[in-house]
Ligand binder design. Sequence first.
Ligand code: TRP
Length: 341
Amino acid sequence: MATDQQQQAAKREIVMSGIRPTGFLHLGNYFGAIRNYVKMQEEFECYFMVADLHSLTTHPDTKELRSNVERVLAENIACGLDPDKVALYCQSHVPETAELYLYLNMMAYKGELEKTTTFKDKVRQHPENINAGLLTYPVLQAADIILHRAKYVPVGKDQEQHLEMARNFVNRFNHRYGDVFPEPQAFNYNLELIKVPGLDGKGKMSKSENQMATLYLSDDDDLIRKKIMKAKTDSGPTAPGTPKPDYIENIFALMKLVSAEEVIKKYEADYDNCIIRYGDLKKQLAEDMVLFLSPIREKINTILPDKKYLKQVMEQGAEKANKSAGATMNLVREAMGLKYF
Ligand code: TRP
């Protein structure tokens, strides 16, 4: 007899997402994505994949691929993703991906692929390398997702078009060969769409040109302090009721992520009373940020050199992903009439 817990586990809905191995995750990635993965791992059957094959569409030089893959694994684990709870794996370790990608390519039309926003952007950025893999990037992504018959895909707004395309491929497949795949949909814990602004007052934190505006999970304590102390401020409000300029609003927004409520209240009150000292505000934020980020960084730094552990994580992830992919591909081949014996 299965225990209640096993029955619960058997019924869990399936979640899949891909993480590009670009390395060096930042605070925006943490609050925007990873923290949701960590929460989802308790509630869903999760497949989290390092999209190493996708990176070949724009980065054919693989010299740094291995270290980028290892870093992304280490950083996600350091943030709380548990390889025992989820399938944390590399795309290239699941060869069925390529098979499903091939079948889906027969259902993807040149016109719709050429219209994809990310394709058009990349054509502009890399006019010297407009390859077929770039054109069919959304097909590969759809294969990643439906290979596990996933229902939910935790991704940001920039991936919505790819998901819509995945749904179109699913519908065409199901219509032609019979119901095999659920329609995948974007997933967000929409209660908390958190803003993680950069330190330069210019929009959100990103792997931007301005490294000083972005706090990376692997920044050391002094660099965190330095970046925060450099954030733009002014001489402070002189009349009560003055609205906060964007760059001050941003400092408070960052504080809300890592500081205690009383601390934030104190500085809000100081602002309202026009006695706020921005130097102190930034020092406080810097210390709270160091307390938040340093344990993550230390974990990253212990995981990264442990090649044996990383190999074991990859093997364990590949095993789970292969099992799920194998079961799906049996259904696919059967549905498509490709099982001759
Ligand atoms: N295209 C996604 C990105 O740029 C990465 C990705 C690859 C992905 N395969 C996926 C995301 C499957 C969700 C599901 O971030």
